[in-house]
Design a binder for this molecule. Structure first.
Ligand SMILES: Cc1cc2nc3c(=O)[nH]c(=O)nc-3n(C[C@H](O)[C@H](O)[C@H](O)COP(=O)(O)OP(=O)(O)OC[C@H]3O[C@@H](n4cnc5c(N)ncnc54)[C@H](O)[C@@H]3O)c2cc1C
Length: 400
């Protein structure tokens, strides 16, 4: 039996942290909550950063919870307060100059950082990553409308960013070392359809470019491949994936692998220390998407208040985006590697449409949908219901 909980510490202030705050406050008004973030801004959803780059939002519109929200929810928010370690014996949160203590439970929700391959020339001016609000402001400022922007990485982030740059007068090129876009969410045909649509919008895409160096003197002037091919450009953004922030776990003697490892209650290897969101790994699974962060932080919050009250059972990964007017949805298993799966496909490259349903035992377990929101909704609903679709295979992609 654990003692009653009166004081919680949350490290991080992203969607996992703010979901946990809401979960706690829905049930309890009296528990003290302290929140620590190394950023200077209160909570903003990271997808808003694309709108910020595209000038569709102001900074104020990017931030979802201003300081009043924390006050109303009786939360002490410590901005610009990086945490290095948890003293797990004292249940203390250790920052630059002060230790905050003691907490009954601590949640680590510190997310990810961009993964930066070891290219030469990373120190040059105008080489960027995008993760934070300040990164987005820097990138927007650097798009001049006269030069060319190089985005290294053909994942969702790279494409959305290229589209945002195009909107503010940039001339972006997306460069990938792979032979297709969105390698996790799409297959070959899906990538071909998406690439054609993106190119139609004036964004160039280049595959199979193994970047080795960012060229230039003080400022970046382009990128160079392992085969010495050169692309000129005066702004380089590296969007080559993310890695979980595990340094606090490392410094605190908490187990971690790719992410901070947790059990079904989102508890780490240390009693009363929990982890949720992008920094966490559960059951050998890891995702860097919002549904993973919100689902896991709800479970963590419930167990911080009453241990054993909730169990995590994973999520079906799902991505939905709208890039330069193209609707794209990818859910569950989209690249099955074994014969027990059946794929039903419909493709119309010129119309910019690609539909794929992946079935196992006549039940839809994954889908790709490009170019129709209605079909996407239908496939999403079939996956959620797990119903037998044996008689619906011919009409699977009808949108009526
Ligand atoms: C531009 C962009 C667009 C995206 N679009 C989508 C989308 O459309 N759909 C989707 O599902 N996902 C999207 N993602 C991914 C999604 O934003 C993440 O999965 C989500 O933010 C994870 O939430 P989190 O709370 O775990 O981590 P984060 O949001 O990364 O929050 C971590 C928090 O911890 C703080 N922190 C980190 N280290 C420390 C430390 N040592 N001390 C104190 N504080 C610390 C950070 O400042 C931050 O406040 C996008 C990401 C980016 C960057």
């Amino acid at each position: 039996m654990r003692d009653s909980v009166t004081r919680l510490g949350i490290i991080g202030n992203g969607v996992a942290a703010t979901t946990a705050i809401r979960e706690v406050r829905n049930k309890d008004q009296s528990i003290e909550i302290d929140v620590f973030t190394d950023e200077r801004h209160p909570y903003y959803p990271r997808p808003n950063l694309i709108d910020l780059v595209a000038n569709r939002r102001t900074i104020k519109e990017t931030i979802r919870y201003d300081l009043d929200w924390y006050e109303k929810n009786d939360v002490d928010l410590f901005l610009s307060t990086p945490v290095f370690q948890i003293d797990t014996k004292r249940m203390a949160v250790i920052s630059t100059s002060i230790d905050y203590e003691p907490y009954d439970s601590i949640m680590i929700a510190v997310g990810c950082r961009p993964f930066i391959p070891p290219f030469e020339g990373l120190h040059r001016n105008n080489v960027h990553v995008i993760r934070t609000l300040d990164d987005a402001l820097d990138i927007r400022e650097a798009v001049k409308g006269t030069g060319r922007e190089i985005i290294i990485g053909g994942g969702i982030l790279g494409i959305e960013l290229a589209a945002a740059m195009k909107e503010i007068g940039g001339d972006p090129i997306v460069v990938s070392n792979e032979d297709r876009l969105l390698p996790i969410q799409l297959d070959d045909q899906g990538s071909k359809v998406l690439t054609k649509q993106i190119e139609k919008k004036g964004i160039q895409v280049l595959f199979g470019f193994e970047c080795r160096e960012i060229s230039g003197d003080e400022n970046a002037t382009g990128i160079v491949s392992a085969q010495n091919d050169v692309i000129a450009g005066d702004l380089v953004v590296i969007a080559t994936g993310v890695r979980s922030n595990t340094i606090i776990a490392k410094n605190s003697g908490i187990q971690y692998h790719h992410g901070i490892t947790v059990d079904d209650h989102m508890q780490t290897s240390v009693r009363n220390v929990f982890a949720a969101g992008d920094c966490m790994e559960w059951n050998n699974q890891w995702f860097g998407i919002i549904p993973w962060a919100t689902a896991s932080s709800r479970i963590a919050a419930q167990n911080m208040m009453e241990f054993g009250s909730a169990k995590f059972s994973g999520i079906t990964p799902s991505n939905q985006l709208q890039v330069v007017g193209i609707d794209l949805t990818s859910i569950g298993i989209v690249n099955p590697g074994s014969p027990e799966y059946e794929s039903i496909v419909s493709v119309d490259v010129d119309a910019g449409q690609y539909f794929k349903a992946v079935l196992k035992d006549d039940v839809v377990v994954g889908a790709i949908c490009i170019g129709s929101r209605k079909v996407a909704l239908k496939l999403r609903s079939l996956i959620a219901k797990s119903e037998n679709v044996k008689d619906q295979k011919q009409s699977m992609f009808d949108d009526s």
